[in-house]
Design a protein around this ligand. Structure first.
Ligand code: ADP
Length: 478
């Protein structure tokens, strides 16, 4: 097939490359297990070559007028928009999500590229009045240098687009390492960079052994910044590995999102928000609801309505239009979800629907709703990453806030209430980087995405997103 044949090579220094050894790894469709492509297993020397080429390309890219960099970024976004159906089909085949969600992911990625094309022209410093009348204080925002991105499989193109957009806008050159499960759309994005005439070496896309590539990027004195989206475990490893070269990091790690339904919530809105916030991408996003915290006066009605809607979600191959929930990414992901369900059941939680998932042997896991979930349970404390709703009740706002904050994670949280003041007060007390008020569709190019606590640091998207790729230089002029 055209896409596979053309794009299963890495982009290094403006050229498409195979592994020198000829080694490849397999990429399979999680829905069918069909082998859909192979991608290069680069060796360390080739990773070093990508780093050197990004380093060599940096001065010219940095010095290019922002308008020129913006034009190229916009061109990449335009091409992605033009080829959105091809990308969406590829994302569903490599990742499994329903086609409608893949189309949404492509549109969302285009937004990041276009957003950062505009931000590229507004990377402005400051002139600060000095105490001394003879002096001037100038603050420049300069690109940090070579930036690398390590991206996850759950949003194969969007996570790359939002990191690449910000890096190129700031004037950094860029190296991307997509997840081994989903490298295809990332490699295809390289073709769009070539078409947009991004200079050789300014964007490199490399695949292979994650630990080796990660170690090479982290050890390199040329790589000045790494932006990572993935597990807290790998994020902590990268913090350790960054020490030697004192690298700037952006870390987008795990979440454990609470969804608080206060006793004055509009239940229709809450149920709609719950279905979108929990079950999209089969529950495999870092901002997916992990814990529904529902006021006791509402708990029964909320649970019944959630069950009714969850049962109506069709599980299947994402290429079929009626599918609402695709497969989990792989068997390990399924085993983890099954383990959490069985552990919750043996700790006393009750299944309101989907109990069959406890014995799931395929990656197609039916949507579950379980109740009686407590902070002592594993399923409360671990990121579920599956189509499982857990419900816990509370009796006061203060209790809801304390339950919500009872986690080392702090990425997204949600509050449903018809009283805006009450919702705002609650949101202000939640230890999370993002709070959706009567809203679970919170991620977009204009807003700063990121977490606190063990969910990481740094922000992506928005006017703040470029800052992660710049350094301030202060000039004292006497
Ligand atoms: P998940 O468990 O969701 O796959 P990971 O943190 O393992 O999350 O993966 C996110 C990204 O991190 C992927 O691109 C993966 O290849 C990469 N990765 C995994 N292990 C390492 C590592 N030791 N060093 C650097 N990157 C890694």
């Amino acid at each position: 097939m055209k896409v596979e044949k053309l794009h299963m090579r890495c982009l290094i220094n403006g050229e498409w490359r195979d592994a020198r050894s000829g080694s490849t790894f397999d990429v399979r469709n999680p829905a069918t297990n069909e082998l859909i492509a192979t991608a290069p297993l680069l060796d360390r020397e080739q990773v070093e070559e990508a780093i050197s080429s990004a380093n060599a390309a940096f001065p010219a890219w940095r010095d290019l007028p922002a308008r020129e960099r913006a034009r190229m970024l916009r061109a990449i976004g335009d091409s992605l928009q033009r080829r959105s159906e091809e990308f969406a089909q590829l994302i569903t085949r490599e990742q499994g999500k329903p086609l409608a969600e893949s189309r949404g992911e492509v549109a969302y990625s285009v937004n990041y590229l276009h957003w950062f094309a505009e931000e590229a022209m507004r990377v402005c410093g400051d002139i600060i009045p000095s105490d001394s009348p003879q002096k001037r204080i100038l603050v420049l925002k300069q690109p940090i240098g070579v930036a690398a991105a390590i991206t996850p499989w759950n949003f194969p193109i969007a996570m790359l687009a939002r990191k690449m957009g910000a890096a190129l806008a700031a004037g950094c050159t860029f190296i991307a390492k997509p997840a081994p499960e989903t490298p295809l759309s990332a490699l295809l994005l390289g073709e769009l960079c070539q078409e947009a005439k991004i200079p050789s070496g300014a964007v490199n896309i490399i695949t292979g052994d994650a630990a080796m590539i990660g170690a090479a990027l982290m050890a390199s004195p040329f790589v000045k910044k790494v932006s990572f989206t993935g597990s807290t475990e790998v994020g902590k490893l990268l913090i350790q590995q960054s020490a030697d070269t004192v690298k700037k990091l952006t870390l987008e790690l795990g979440g454990n999102a609470p969804f608080i339904v206060l006793d004055d919530a509009d239940l229709d809105r809450a149920i709609d928000g719950a279905i979108f916030g929990k079950y999209r991408n089969a529950g495999q996003t870092c901002i997916c609801v992990n814990r529904f915290l529902v006021h006791e006066s509402f708990a029964q009605e909320f649970s019944e309505r959630l069950v009714e809607r969850a049962k109506g979600l069709v599980v299947g191959n994402g290429l079929e239009e009626k599918t609402a929930i695709g497969p989990l990414i792989n068997d390990q992901a399924r085993d983890k979800v099954v383990g959490l369900l069985n552990s919750a059941a043996s700790d006393g939680a009750t299944f309101l629907c989907g109990e069959g998932a406890r014995q799931a042997t395929s990656r197609f896991v039916e949507p579950c709703v379980i109740t009686g979930v407590k902070p002592s349970m594993r399923i409360w404390n671990e990121e579920i990453f599956g189509p499982v709703s857990t419900i816990t009740t509370f009796s006061s706002d203060a209790e809801a806030i304390s339950l919500a904050n009872n986690t080392p994670y702090g990425l997204a949280a949600y509050v449903y209430s018809s009283n805006l003041n009450r919702a705002l007060r609650t949101a202000e007390l939640l230890d999370f980087g993002m709070v959706g008020i009567n809203d679970t569709a919170i991620s977009n190019a204009q807003a700063p995405f990121g977490g606190v606590k063990q969910s990481g640091f740094g922000r992506e998207g928005s006017k703040y997103g470029v800052d992660d790729y710049t350094v301030l230089k202060y000039l004292s002029v006497a």
